[in-house]
Design a protein around this ligand. Structure first.
Ligand code: NDP
Length: 247
């Protein structure tokens, strides 16, 4: 790890568990300032305290990424408290697998709201500050599910394909502002992600699969750090990785 991460102000959505929390810990230990967003305030406050207890700088801002104003406030809090935003990690996400014929339309809406609109709101909140600074890095989280479509995964996969499309669109548009854009697409990682599946067969199948192949969340934290720690003129556009055992 080099000094590129040290002192950067990094906003993380979905920082209350799994990949977001792992990335926050890793980046904090490398000297970044972390601004943590998620709905579960107790979780992000405890994490901020943990990072500060270890000598880091962090704050927690309760945020629902489906609410555009709350995402704006999250980024504004980073700029108000720490003077700038260097990295926006749009990580919050929801996976509710089910076959389309189960017609879990509320869950389709939830995934579209969190996984697509949440990422767009994160971009909308960070971009004006980054344009002004003429520097910044937006990192969006897609998935192996953004590269293929699986049975019972149509809507989740669609949202993760959308994240890749949005990221590529953003990348091609922000050259004038010296902004970097990265999309990270993990395979199965051991987090709370599968716990939100309500369709019984899908829940069982995914749990069994994750039990067999899932890898720890520090894999994601290292991928995020790799993208950030490159020299400013190097823009890592996509990282696709998965457990060695995953097909
Ligand atoms: P977790 O369920 O452990 O974490 C999801 C995070 O998203 C939580 O912090 C949760 O916080 C947050 N979140 C969910 N809904 C909202 C919302 N409306 N507003 C704000 N935050 C929200 O799963 P992961 O850590 O695995 O997921 C992180 C990302 O990684 C997701 O985008 C996921 O799709 C992606 N991913 C995960 C993989 C895996 O195998 N684990 C593989 C590929 C991609 P809270 O509930 O407190 O709001």
């Amino acid at each position: 790890m080099n000094d590129q991460i040290k002192g950067k102000v990094i906003v993380v959505t979905g920082a209350s568990s799994g990949l977001g929390a792992a990335a926050a810990r890793h980046l904090s230990s490398a000297g970044a300032t972390l601004v943590l967003g998620a709905r579960r305030q107790n979780r992000i406050s405890e994490l901020a305290d943990e990072l500060k207890g270890n000598g880091g700088t962090a704050s927690a801002v309760p945020t629902d990424v489906t609410d555009q104003d709350q995402v704006k406030q999250l980024v504004k809090a980073a700029v108000d408290q720490f003077g700038r935003i260097d990295v926006m990690l749009n990580n919050a996400g929801l996976m509710q697998q089910s076959p389309l014929e189960a017609l879990k339309i509320d869950e389709w809406d939830n995934m579209i709201d969190v996984n697509i609109k949440g990422v767009l709101y994160g971009i909308a909140a960070a971009l004006p500050f980054m344009q002004e600074q003429k520097s910044g890095h937006i990192i969006n989280v897609s998935s192996v599910a953004g590269h293929k479509v699986t049975p019972a995964g149509a809507v989740y996969c669609a949202t993760k394909h959308a994240v890749r499309a949005i990221s590529e669109g953003l990348r091609s548009e922000v050259k004038a502002y010296n902004l970097r854009t990265t999309v990270i697409s993990p395979g199965a990682v051991d987090t709370e992600l599968p716990t939100h599946i309500t369709h019984e067969d899908s829940h069982e199948g995914i749990n069994e699969y994750y039990h067999q192949v899932a890898i720890p969340a520090d894999s994601f934290a290292r991928a995020v750090a790799f993208a950030i720690e490159q020299p400013e003129e190097v823009d890592i556009n996509e990282i696709l990785y998965r457990p060695t055992k995953q097909e």
